[in-house]
Design a protein around this ligand. Structure first.
Ligand code: HEM
Ligand code: HEM
Length: 179
């Protein structure tokens, strides 16, 4: 029973998320619950938190990035803190996605002794690559390199699809373990 309650300690974090995303974000912990692997509990709890945070940060990056673009196009002054905030949140997203990759790899290798059991693997790798590409393109952004801005916006649109696919395939993989 304690373990059951433990798995719901991530619930407060899920409150600001759009309702359809909540079951997806919760799922790594359900996965563990049904497998009954107490030694991996901490791993899947980290996964649940990181995924919830990643999605929330993605939405915030979309908002602050949109604001940056709007102020640039309309030559509006922008608050001093806006760009650093976008940058710090971007760095956080990179960290979280790498953490999710590590948790996914360690959890899967720990349980199966190998990788590549479903389309979740390519989806996960795509999300990690796109996030890194997005961060790199951001570092290249300058008036002399207009392609960097297009690349940044393009990778971030692809990243939206990537997040949807990784959640969907992760969700499907979880179904295998449900009674
Ligand atoms: C992956 C980590 C990310 C980093 C390090 C990052 C960093 C940056 C930087 C440095 C800029 C330039 C700001 C300026 O013009 O002064 C920028 C612009 C922008 N970012 Fe990001 N960002 C990241 C992720 C995202 C994501 C996920 C989105 C959208 C969902 C996004 C949307 C935008 C938009 C729309 C702009 C404005 C482009 C323009 O001026 O037309 N960024 N970002
Ligand atoms: C950015 C987000 C994520 C990344 C980068 C990621 C990455 C990975 C990777 C690389 C694996 C190993 C897959 C394999 O070798 O077959 C994995 C496994 C797994 N992931 Fe994720 N993951 C993410 C999000 C999620 C989400 C949202 C869920 C649940 C809804 C989830 C549930 C699982 C499960 C259950 C496994 C075990 C795989 C299996 O049994 O075949 N992951 N993850």
């Amino acid at each position: 029973m304690m373990r059951f309650l433990d798995n719901f300690s991530a619930l407060p974090l899920l409150l600001p998320l759009p309702l359809p995303l909540v079951p997806l974000v919760l799922h790594p912990s359900f996965f563990l619950l049904s497998l009954n692997l107490p030694s991996f509990l901490w791993l899947w709890r980290i996964a649940a938190w990181s995924m919830g945070l990643s999605l929330a940060i993605y939405v915030l990056l979309m908002a602050t990035g949109g604001w940056l673009a709007f102020s640039r196009v309309n030559s509006h002054p922008r608050p001093k803190w806006l760009r650093p905030l976008h940058y710090v949140m971007g760095g956080t997203l990179v960290g979280l996605v790498l953490l999710l990759l590590a948790v996914g790899l360690v959890g899967t290798v720990g349980y199966y002794g190998g990788l590549g059991h479903s389309p979740h693997l390519p989806a996960g790798l795509a999300v990690v690559s796109l996030t890194l590409l997005s961060a790199w393109s951001a570092s290249q952004m300058s008036p002399k390199r207009p392609w960097a801005r297009s690349l940044h916006v393009g990778t971030n649109i692809a990243l939206f699809i990537g997040f949807a696919l990784v959640s969907l395939t992760g969700w499907l993989v979880v179904q295998k373990y449900l009674p």
